[in-house]
Design a protein around this ligand. Sequence first.
Ligand SMILES: [Fe+2]
Ligand SMILES: [Fe+2]
Length: 267
Amino acid sequence: MKIAILSDIHEGVNRKKSGANILGLLKEWMIQHAPDVFIISGDITAGPEKSLTLLTKLQSELSNINILYVHGNHDLYHSDSTIAYEKLLEFGGNLGNGPVQLNKDWVVIGDGGWYDYTFGIDGYTAEQFSVGSYNGFTWPDKVHAHWQKGDEAVTDRYLKQLENWLAEHQDKNIILVTHFVPFTHFVQVKEDPSWDFFNAMMGSAGLGELAEKYGVKKLVFGHIHTRYHEDYKGIDCICNPLGYFPHEWSSDSAQEEIKSTIKVIEI
Ligand SMILES: [Fe+2]
Ligand SMILES: [Fe+2]
């Protein structure tokens, strides 16, 4: 079984900046390579309605490919992010609806997740991270995402849900999918507080702890726009973002960037 993996497509921004038909190019790649499953690990675009429209369109045009998705932070940009979360569950392949069994051995479990400042640097309080401003820059989620509860409580809800699902599927090989980063190992520390302060918003150590505790085989995530594929703590860890044109791309051509970035794994 062939599984294609990509995150952080940021369709709106990349389409406007590069002038390319990002969705059309993705569709073209999928038709050509015909994976059985396509995992999109968050940040397909900004806002739940637009994200849902793109996912629905892509799935209807690629009926032979099982598209599995978790939301990113950008997908939840809305005056009420709980409503945004629920809106995105209308997409059948949203892993927030529950685990998806691929065959008799493998199951995919996931949800977007959130962050709880466990990757935050020393010297700052949870209150400062929750305000999310440093040196005149405010973390965009603080402006565009709106939860009823604080970040830590929001993250806790995800961790509890994921733990239930993981516990229920211990007889299977598990692929865990999140948007947010599960291990501090993948978070870049630049010894510059104007960067490192925002590492608090990169993910949650709780995600990695669950992956270890429940022996997941593969861990797919996104959010951090740096590509990784390595064995870490005995887990096949894959972070495979498209990222932003032009500064995060290695090619000027969207077609070339998509082609060289999409990762295919076999199970
Ligand atoms: Fe992103
Ligand atoms: Fe993100």
